[in-house]
Write a protein that binds this ligand. Structure first.
Ligand code: AMP
Ligand code: TRP
Length: 332
């Protein structure tokens, strides 16, 4: 695939309002990449149904997710923004790639293990083959870089393995992608159980800050955040709660861990938590305003999705045709 700039691709599932974790670990970095790279951002609705979704909610949340992405600064003129199910080539390539992915690799994925433990009543095939669909997303566009939080690193590595295996048989069809993981904030932890990542689907609302939360809710959640009994603002492995708050504060203010430790030396957690909450509220304010403005304009959002799907489909068709020829599907 001929291209001038390097290609960036990432996706996010429309399974609810995204969290401060999604924002800090992934989405916040995406607009900055638009100048240097050709970027494609997708709303991964096909990934979302590996866990049962209410159809009306999924539809609404898919449009809302587009508004959230645009509100975070993604410019649909510069980047392609689209909904995964609008471009059938993803599912089509996924089938082919599945035939190049060992079963054992799939059962080893952390996310498969976690989600099957969480939903033992519904360990479906999609949950297992989900990373193959993600590989198809990435490989369809000749992607060089995949900006994601650390939890997705293993899936990008699997994508590389699949691409290399395919290329080994058929020649240089796929570009081998690299994950792009932020230095700070790549894994924002739950405010209630700091050993667990902050997740959209957490049932304890106190554990999760959502990007559309009102300022008083944000303040309340940070005030209740689990820390430790030491009382000093210091990053350490045995202080996961405080370290997590420091990472969040660092991303929102640009201050280093050393600067934060110095600024809060001798002060209790109460003062620090207040400061963290305020930095988050300030960071999210312009984003929240822009989101409300965008969501009121449904026609505009639908236009962005239609245009994004058309542009993505045109790019994807070229690679899919090449793959179909390589594997020997009869062309008429
Ligand atoms: P998902 O919510 O699974 O659709 O994830 C969308 C993006 O957010 C992916 O790039 C994830 O790696 C990232 N992400 C999800 N949760 C977190 C978290 N707690 N901290 C940092 N990044 C995250
Ligand atoms: N699987 C990713 C997640 O749950 C979302 C996603 C889907 C994605 N397709 C992608 C991320 C392609 C990067 C590239 O977080």
């Amino acid at each position: 695939m001929e291209k001038m700039k390097k290609r960036v691709y990432s996706g996010i599932q429309p399974t609810g309002v995204f969290t401060l974790g999604n924002f800090v670990g992934a989405v916040r970095g995406w607009p900055k990449l638009q100048e240097e790279y050709d970027c494609i951002y997708s709303v991964a609705d096909q990934h979302a149904i590996t866990v049962r979704q209410n159809p009306a909610d999924l539809r609404r949340q898919s449009r809302e997710m587009v508004a959230l992405l645009l509100a975070s600064g993604i410019d649909p003129q510069k980047s392609i923004v689209f909904v995964q199910s609008h471009v059938p080539a993803h599912a089509q390539l996924s089938w082919v790639l599945g035939c190049f992915c060992p079963f054992g690799d799939l059962t080893r994925m952390h996310q498969f293990k976690e989600k099957s433990a969480k939903h033992p009543e519904d360990i479906n095939g999609g949950l297992l083959t989900y990373p193959i669909l993600m590989a198809a997303d990435i490989l369809l566009y000749g992607t060089d870089y995949v900006p994601v939080g650390v939890d997705q690193k293993q899936h990008v590595e699997l994508t590389r393995d699949i691409a290399q295996r395919f290329n080994g048989v058929y020649g240089d069809v796929f570009t081998i992608p690299d994950a792009m993981i932020p230095k700070v904030g790549a894994k924002v932890m739950s405010l209630q159980e700091p050993a667990k990542k902050m997740s959209k689907s957490d049932s304890n609302e106190n554990a999760v800050v959502r990007v559309l939360d009102e300022p008083d809710a944000i303040l309340r959640k940070f005030k209740r955040a689990v820390t430790d009994s030491e009382g000093s603002v210091r990053a350490a492995e045995d202080k996961p709660g405080v370290t997590n708050l420091m990472s969040i504060y660092s991303v929102c203010t640009g201050k280093t861990f050393e600067e934060i430790e110095a600024a809060f030396a001798g002060q209790g957690y109460g003062v620090f938590k207040q400061a963290v909450a305020e930095s988050v509220i300030d960071t999210l304010r312009p984003f929240q305003q822009e989101y409300k403005r965008l969501l009121a304009d449904k026609a505009y959002l639908d236009g962005v999705m239609a245009d994004g799907a058309a542009r993505a489909a045109a790019l994807a068709a070229r690679l899919l045709t090449k793959v179909y020829k390589k594997v020997g599907f009869l062309q008429l």
